[in-house]
Ligand binder design. Sequence first.
Ligand SMILES: Cc1cc2nc3c(=O)[nH]c(=O)nc-3n(C[C@H](O)[C@H](O)[C@H](O)COP(=O)(O)OP(=O)(O)OC[C@H]3O[C@@H](n4cnc5c(N)ncnc54)[C@H](O)[C@@H]3O)c2cc1C
Length: 455
Amino acid sequence: MQYDIIIVGAGPGGIFSAYELSKKNPGLKIAVFEAGHALEKRRCPIDGDRVKSCIGCKSCSIMSGFGGAGAFSDGKYNITNDFGGTLHEYIGKKQAIELMEYVDAINMEYGGEGTKKYSTAGTRFKKICMQNKLKLLDASVRHLGTDINFVVLENLYAELRGKVEFHFDTPVESIALTEGGYEIKCKDQSYFCEKCIVSVGRSGSKWMEKICEELEIPTKSNRVDIGVRVELPAVIFSHLTDELYESKIVYRTEKFEDNVRTFCMNPYGIVVNENTNGIVTVNGHSFESPEKRTENTNFALLVAKHFSEPFKDSNGYGESIARLSNMLGGGVIVQRFGDLVRGRRSNANRIEEGLVAPTLAATPGDLSLVLPKRILDGIIEMIYALDKIAPGTANDDTLLYGVEVKFYNMEVELDKNLESRHKGLYIIGDGSGVTHSLSHASASGVYVARKLLEK
Ligand SMILES: Cc1cc2nc3c(=O)[nH]c(=O)nc-3n(C[C@H](O)[C@H](O)[C@H](O)COP(=O)(O)OP(=O)(O)OC[C@H]3O[C@@H](n4cnc5c(N)ncnc54)[C@H](O)[C@@H]3O)c2cc1C
């Protein structure tokens, strides 16, 4: 079982490495090992009817399998160096954008054609935001939508399956150095390769930490983003979402001078549960197809927390807050904004009587018992700031789901080729801590593939 290249993880990072390598050098013997299922077998059991909340499957179909965490995502490919990762710090801003554009072109070729690309360039909203103490970040965003994103993945798999050997439901247990390469150890068998690309994403974060420890690859702690998902009638934000689709807006709070930002905007979308290592948090989706649209828009409001000395476990901090919400609500908690500012718990009656019908069955509760004051105050301040550019945001019936936590992998020490201190061992995508988005992770996959092809 000897390969030229083994790729660990079949998320966007792994897929785009495999794509570029097999396309440019069909003679290479490449294998991909993926802990999760093949695409057609990925199915989350939550149907809102018989299974209402997360039952903790052995392999979470939302996070794992062909397509990675991106498979059921909204498929928003943000082409920007302003957010989504720090790939540009390794490979330069120009090259990073070129690679993201290249990934976009491939997505178009494999089923994304006809989907819309939005841009903040030249928009009047920049000025309006600035006048209201808000900053609109620069980006172009291709919105594939959950449905088309899935079609693109199906087509990419059809393209790759004859050229690359896929091993699904095969988590890699460890990686060992051998003479001239690496031994990739799975439960029942070992596989050998000259070069190895590791792209295990967020779900592989604990495993990645273990591998770095075993192979003595230095790491440093990253940040954690904590906040809520806001859901409101789509018309309140339609002037922004119709023109920009996703607007990344930053607000600097008056009280603590923290930055609060909007994240992952889903016009006419739904709010969903997300399970990371057994902790249930909240996220959102939207669909390209008009039939699947809802009357609501949702987006996250997040505050970034960095820790240095003596406490370094940013993710542990985020996990504890998420666990607290799971403890109080049995999962995700939902609260009306009006109830939050009045200091009272939401109950099922008040939510039902409200003007915003929730798209996720969450437990009515009190987010002030879960979120630290500093974070909660920042979120409330930002909701009032957003109300100035999108009147109605601060309505009593606006729903807040908590908690939303964006975990970041610790940053792995890599050189400008994304190669670790062990020659031939590359670490890419969200698992490296360098990227945290579809376009950056995919671009890192193409980049490393090209580096290997040069060699
Ligand atoms: C619900 C949701 C919505 C999102 N929406 C967006 C969006 O609209 N736009 C955006 O830019 N980003 C979005 N993201 C984030 C985006 O999906 C990730 O940034 C991206 O998928 C990272 O790609 P990756 O290849 O680095 O890792 P992943 O996509 O996480 O893939 C890693 C793969 O490695 C596998 N793996 C882990 N450990 C092992 C192991 N030991 N052995 C074998 N395989 C292993 C996992 O099963 C997984 O399939 C979303 C994420 C979620 C969860």
